[in-house]
Design a protein around this ligand. Structure first.
Ligand code: SF4
Length: 363
């Protein structure tokens, strides 16, 4: 799979209660400075960089004014060779997606919209600090279709404290009823420094791992039954609609991230930018030893439901899975966390919900 380009749009109208990502309100001066910075950083793309997927994420790309979005697309067309791009995603918030912005994105080459629905209960959206209503989510999907987007993803959150399984079921059914090509189903994480974390510290949030697991298990079964194949721990897609850019990350491929807080991996070197505006710098740069990179690729690839084919892994990294982590894999397989046979290694169904603890034993 060819390389990917990621553009970080660090603006949000308002901070959601659970979010620890780097973003600021889209004040005109900050947006103008950011745009100049993006244009400058695009000048540093390595020669021969021809992406096959592009992902404009954030933050909230649709928090930009229509003209700013148009200028971003123009600068991308003028600085990047885009004729090999197969998938071009832009994230959209239902509260800021307008007909004008949808058209600009479509005309500019974006062919996939990833819409943050999160919940189909207005009271839950409010608690999460989302700026949109469920009616706006439905309107956003209808608008995307009317604009000609044939590839739409919806994000839904499970495990919100105080939200019972019945409500989450209704969320999944509502997302499915909108018939998107892709559904991401993420567990709500309580991140340090967020309003939600403060509520949890004050003892006002009851987070039940059991309830979260019940929602995850119900959701993955229902989505698969509805025709969205489970292809990564948190992601489901209609046939052929898996997100290429994410598959690229999970298979250890090359990508370049542009913008504050963006990360890159190119030709065995990894770097990341500082989360700063108006000017960001390179925060770190490291050359990965082939073995360390192979171990990381092993873990990333196990996020995919089919896991790794042993031959595929060898071809990708030059290492044999067992030579890298044979002892740990045998133990985790015995404990029922991995399924390992002569051809493949993958997460066992029971380990999907607790994958992080399995991965920590493999890195
Ligand atoms: S819209 Fe997304 S990036 Fe912005 S604050 Fe909310 S969760 Fe964070």
């Amino acid at each position: 799979m060819g390389p990917g380009l990621y553009i970080h749009v660090p603006f949000c109208v308002r901070k959601c209660a659970y979010c620890a990502f780097f973003s600021r309100p889209p004040e005109p001066e900050a947006v103008a400075a950011w745009r100049r910075g993006i244009a400058r950083e695009l000048e540093t793309l390595p020669g021969g960089f021809v992406p096959q997927s592009v992902f404009i994420g954030g933050g909230t790309p649709t928090a930009l004014e229509e003209d700013d979005l148009a200028r971003l697309l123009e600068v991308l067309h003028s600085r990047v060779k885009l004729d090999k791009v197969v998938e071009w995603t832009c994230e959209a918030n239902p509260g800021t997606l307008t007909p004008g912005k949808a058209s600009r994105l479509k005309e500019g080459g974006v062919n996939r919209l990833s819409i943050g629905a999160q919940s189909f209960d207005d009271a839950v959206l409010k608690r999460l600090g989302r700026i949109h209503t469920t009616a706006e989510t439905r309107e956003g999907v209808a608008l995307a279709r009317a604009t000609g987007f044939e590839n739409i993803g919806l994000d839904v959150i499970y495990g919100v404290p105080g939200v019972p399984l019945e409500s989450f079921r209704a969320d999944v059914e509502a997302a499915m009823a909108l018939d998107p090509e892709h559904i991401s189903c993420y567990c709500l994480e309580i991140e340090e420094g967020t309003p939600l974390a403060r509520e949890a510290q004050a003892g006002r949030l009851e987070v039940s791992g059991e309830e979260q697991r019940a929602q995850f298990d119900w959701g993955r079964r229902r989505l698969a039954e509805g025709g969205w194949a489970h292809y990564e721990i948190s992601n489901f897609a209609k046939p052929g609609r898996e997100c290429r850019q994410n598959l690229l990350y999970w298979s250890g491929g090359d990508y370049i991230g542009i913008g504050p807080a963006a990360h890159s991996h190119w030709g065995g070197v990894r770097w990341g930018n500082t989360p700063e505006l108006p000017e960001w710098k390179r925060a770190f740069e490291e050359r990965l030893e082939p073995e360390a990179k192979a171990r990381e690729t092993l873990v990333m690839g196990l996020r995919r439901i089919p896991g790794w084919g042993r031959a595929e892994f060898r071809a990708r990294t030059g290492f044999d899975i067992d030579a890298l982590r044979g002892t740990e894999i045998a133990r985790l397989a015995k404990e029922g966390m991995l399924v390992a046979d002569a051809g493949r290694v993958r997460l066992a169904e029971d380990a999907l919900f607790i994958s992080d603890s399995v991965f920590s034993e493999l890195v």
